[in-house]
Design a protein. Sequence first.
Length: 373
Amino acid sequence: MKKVYLDNAATTPIRQEVIDEMVQVMQSEYGNPSSTHSIGRSAKAVIETSRKTIAKYLHCNAQEIVFTSNATEATNWILRSAVKDFGVKRIITSRVEHHATLYTVLALQEEFSVEVDYVNVSHEGILDYKQLEELLSDETKTIVSLMHVNNETGVINDIQRIGTLAHQNKALFHCDTVQSIGKIELDLQQLPIDFLVASAHKFHGPKGVGFAFVRRNLVLQPMLFGGEQEKGWRAGTESVHQIAGMAKGLELSFENLTEEQKGITELKSYCVTKLQEAFPEVKINGANTFYNILNVLLPFAAEKTAMILFNLDMKGIAVSRGSACQSGSIKPSHVLAEMLTEEELKKPSLRISFSHYNTKEDIDYFVEVLKEI
């Protein structure tokens, strides 16, 4: 059976070069990076070289990069530390954030009685920047937590504008850049971001490793207590091969960025055209969307909704109805619930997300199978 993977916003296939890099590190750099002998120092050098590689592509200082297991961990740590250690009394976010942010915010609200304000989004998923500005005019000690690219719709937030507004009002800015890191140039010397989080498996790296950017002079308290790894912020022996794989994945993403951006953009446009030809009433969910994510509302009967992913999967096609983190849920997407009418929510919406491994033949097959459904 033909296999078509169109769920790259959930995770990406690991590049062969990344696998080769990780295998080589596992075979040769087996020392504990905290050991003082040469074998340990060699493993430590791999970690620090990886840190410098990541920092180079993000235009920041290597010491501002902190390795974590994933972006969820980093978000939990940053928001919790902001409340506990920086005296933050209010969090400004939106209801279309990833649950890593939303559930952390709710937990902090319950535990510390922190005030929470949600910025509204339009039916196209666009943030209400005027409301954000009004919320920030309050002098309460605040952190703004808003993502760069929405993981379900691909709607792009103006993080330059958000960060500028936050800093003009003496607020901190935490940004979930999971969907954009490795797929677009980000200059952290220019962007007014205090904290940024990313996961390697979104840019063709391994699962189980990610990083946080923590702006210099912002001193967080440890997320884990124990050894002195990661400046004492995250105790525990580092996963050297995964860190090396992450750095290699990011390096390759940037080396191929222009070519892959162009190819994926053309593929998304081709997919939109083919869907519109097959289903003239198809609707794209969200405006100003990122080049590798397409979320569409299909003009199908509501009773098709429950089984559409199953039917596509039976034909070897992997897409999703929303975030993979809640794919087992029968509830409608919390993101689309903010954007669509009740009637629209009953119909099937699909998130189609592309990588450079996809082809026009993949799209043709996907649309043909949709026609059969």
